[in-house]
Write a protein that binds this ligand. Structure first.
Ligand SMILES: [Zn+2]
Length: 412
């Protein structure tokens, strides 16, 4: 059973921890909340009263009688508040509107960042978001915030590398710009961390469930959830699995190392491998340009999913390296659960699931103790945006669980 640790009975954190217990339980009674949290029934009654007054929690009926008195049951009130998630990607922008339970109730996709100046992209995001909220008839007052997911390292305040093909975003303060346009708090994190958090929130997991989400777009990222929070590290850059060395004397990587997973098994490497076959290159109309990386990669992944043997061989080779990297992660962290998310897994994700399952069931150090369950997140394309919405929900509603860089920037 989950318990609330490290919290005093009178803090705001306690209220947020109780709300989180209601979320992860689905349906729960006050007595169960007291048992799970270690708080007194009086404290629970007081906290639940304030959550009901704020419409965050509703009473939904009665459970089994104990000692002649039936227990009233509590649930999260999903329609009380909403959050917006935006995933910034070279190839496309994805928007989702999620309710309090993390359920997606609105969705929109538009053109990606490309080479457009960040200020113009942010202005477009604000317009598209306002249109989406209007379409759903959701007043801005019911929106708790906006979560933004982007690729890459956090290189300092306002200097997140959102795009692999342009560095304009390195010096652009996306949170401040979007926050002042929308008049809402804006939180941000990398796409892998967002995808992991989304899984945690919408999957109703409790703080005791540890897992990793491998996110694949143009490169790889790993979001790691332990104890109900996304792991952060010394500079909020946990999860650079793309630069795990899988070939000790392999090809030089742009990061300075050699034989990194991204160089050996990432979309660029797969496109290069397919391009080396002139017939395949013509057939799939591969360009090999960085600007068309997603297009080229998608063509290969779709052909592999259709059963084209040449493309299946390219993807399987990548999947074996990815599985070897994930085996190390599973061994290091004793994980029983792994999720795969992101556009890179949209078409041929099954091949990666198969290879990771195969290697971990055969080679994981703890294989005699537990399985490693590998799940493809559906729809993987939206996972970062759904997670970004969860980030905004978590930030506002359960601040006890957040840590590190996902600090909200409030509108000026
Ligand atoms: Zn590298």
């Amino acid at each position: 059973m989950t318990t609330v640790r490290r919290l005093g009975p009178s803090s705001q954190n306690t209220r947020s921890a109780v709300l989180d217990l209601v979320r992860s339980s689905g349906t729960v009674s006050r007595i169960e909340l007291a048992e799970m949290s270690g708080l007194t029934p009086t404290s629970i009654t007081r906290i639940v009263k304030s959550l009901i007054e704020d419409r965050l929690v509703v009473e939904t009926g009665y459970g089994d009688a104990t000692g002649g008195k039936r227990r009233s049951l509590l649930e999260l009130n999903p329609d009380a508040r909403y959050a917006v998630g935006v995933s910034l990607d070279d190839a496309r922008l994805t928007y989702v509107v999620a309710d309090l339970g993390g359920r997606v109730i609105g969705h929109h996709v538009s053109t990606g960042i490309g080479q457009t100046a960040p200020s113009a992209v942010v202005a477009r995001i604000a317009d598209e978001l306002e249109a989406l909220l209007a379409e759903l008839a959701i007043p801005t007052a019911d929106v708790v915030g906006v979560g933004v997911a982007g690729a890459g390292l956090d290189l300092g305040a306002g200097a997140e590398r959102m795009s692999l093909t342009t560095d304009d975003w390195d010096s652009f303060a996306v949170q401040e710009a979007l926050g002042s346009r929308m008049g809402l708090p804006v939180v941000r994190d990398n796409d892998a961390a967002c995808a992991a958090l989304g899984q945690f929130w919408a999957g109703r997991m409790s703080a005791g469930d540890d897992f990793a989400t491998l996110y694949m777009s143009n490169g790889f990222g790993l979001g790691l959830v332990t104890g109900g929070a996304v792991a952060r590290g010394a500079s909020s850059n946990v999860g650079e699995i793309g630069h795990m060395v899988v070939e000790f004397e392999g090809r030089q990587c742009w990061c300075g190392s050699r034989g990194c997973l991204e160089m050996v098994a990432g979309p660029r490497a797969m496109v290069a491998e397919a391009m080396a076959d002139p017939a395949l290159r013509l057939e799939l109309e591969l360009s090999g340009d960085d600007g068309h990386l997603r297009h080229d990669f998608d063509a290969i992944a779709r052909a592999a999913a259709r059963g084209d043997e040449r493309c299946a061989a390219v993807v399987t080779r990548s999947a074996r390296y990815v599985a070897a990297a994930m085996l190390s992660v599973v061994n290091l962290l004793d994980l029983g659960r792994v999720y795969l998310a992101g556009p890179g897994f949209a078409d041929a994700g099954d091949i990666y699931v198969r290879e990771i399952e195969e290697q971990s069931s055969r080679l994981a150090r703890t294989r005699s103790l537990h399985e490693v369950e590998v799940t493809l997140v559906d729809p993987g394309l939206d996972a970062a945006a759904v997670g970004a919405a969860s980030l905004a929900l978590q930030h506002v509603l359960t601040p006890h669980a957040r840590a590190g860089r996902a600090e909200a920037v409030l509108p000026a």
